[in-house]
Design a protein around this ligand. Structure first.
Ligand code: AKG
Length: 277
């Protein structure tokens, strides 16, 4: 079911921007009503109020109220999130940016960053990382993350920053560093000898940033008193297949008890979002 409101089409210039910078900012994609429903979906998830009788892919929760909260595959147990992250339009925009004819959902994330005001804490930080640092069991780096803002988002409330053109660096060893909250240490590790240019992703509610799987990105403290809410779809091209022996990812389990090299990530755990006719 299509939920998005705006039928903006990717232009040649948008694709050029994505290919050059490693990310692209969309116009507003979802309505105020859908934003509100997704905000309510967040509230339900954090109180374990699920649609259906399923469960999250990994347990979540922390006793620290200032910590970042996140859960993967919210679409398994929340219908509103399912409608958003499997929306064909999200799939079409992703396909056009990746330059492919088909896209599927790799997995989603529901992310909540509490507002900590002036408090001295880095517990909301997301360390500089490359998404593909976690996805090395897949056969292609040509994947994209769609980060949808559920409120106006900038650096004051812990919005993301991308590193301009860093998708051209290839996979940097050890870049699976989402949970390392020491941004300075990570910057030192990754920036050495490279052109490190930080670009904030400034989004109005309902806009999305699309970043390439090799683009370095991270985020800092939410210095407001309101939580920063987002829904994230990670999208892969049709034909993406299993590359064994490198790294574990929970998606491998969805391939069945005896996954094999070259087995496609497809079937009900990996919904097709878009297929060009
Ligand atoms: O929400 C954030 O600040 C970071 C999210 C992220 O790393 C991602 O969506 O790939």
């Amino acid at each position: 079911m299509t939920q998005t409101i705006q039928k903006y089409k990717i232009t040649a210039q948008d694709k050029e921007t994505f290919d050059r910078d490693g990310y692209w900012i969309s116009p507003k994609l979802i309505s105020d009503e859908q934003i509100e429903r997704l905000r309510q979906a967040h509230q339900r998830i954090w109180t374990n109020d699920f649609d259906g009788d399923g469960m999250p892919m990994r347990p979540f929760g922390s006793s620290n109220p200032e910590a970042l909260r996140k859960v993967d595959n919210g679409w398994w147990f929340n219908d509103e999130i399912r409608a958003t992250v499997t929306d064909p339009y999200i799939g079409e925009l992703s396909a056009d940016l990746l330059g492919v004819d088909e896209t599927l959902l790799w997995h989603d994330q529901v992310i909540y960053k509490p507002g900590v005001g002036e408090k001295e804490t880095n517990s909301g930080n997301v360390g500089w990382h490359q998404d593909f640092g976690y996805w090395q069991c897949s056969s292609t780096t040509n994947m994209v993350t769609v980060w949808i803002a559920l409120q106006d988002t900038d650096l004051t409330n812990g919005g993301m920053t991308t590193i301009l053109g860093s998708h051209k660096w290839g996979l940097v060893p050890g870049s699976d560093s989402f949970f390392n909250q020491n941004m300075e240490e990570l910057k030192e590790k990754y920036a050495g000898g490279r052109d490190w240019v930080e670009e904030p992703c400034i989004l109005k509610a309902g806009q999305a940033s699309f970043h390439h799987a090799l683009t370095f990105h991270g985020s800092g403290a939410n210095r407001t008193n309101e939580a920063r809410l987002s829904i994230v779809a990670h999208v892969m091209p049709g034909g993406t297949a299993y590359r064994p022996g490198i790294q574990f990812h929970p998606n491998i389990k969805q391939l069945g008890p005896r996954p094999y090299a070259g087995q496609r990530f497809e079937g009900e755990f990996f919904p097709v979002l878009f297929k060009r006719l």
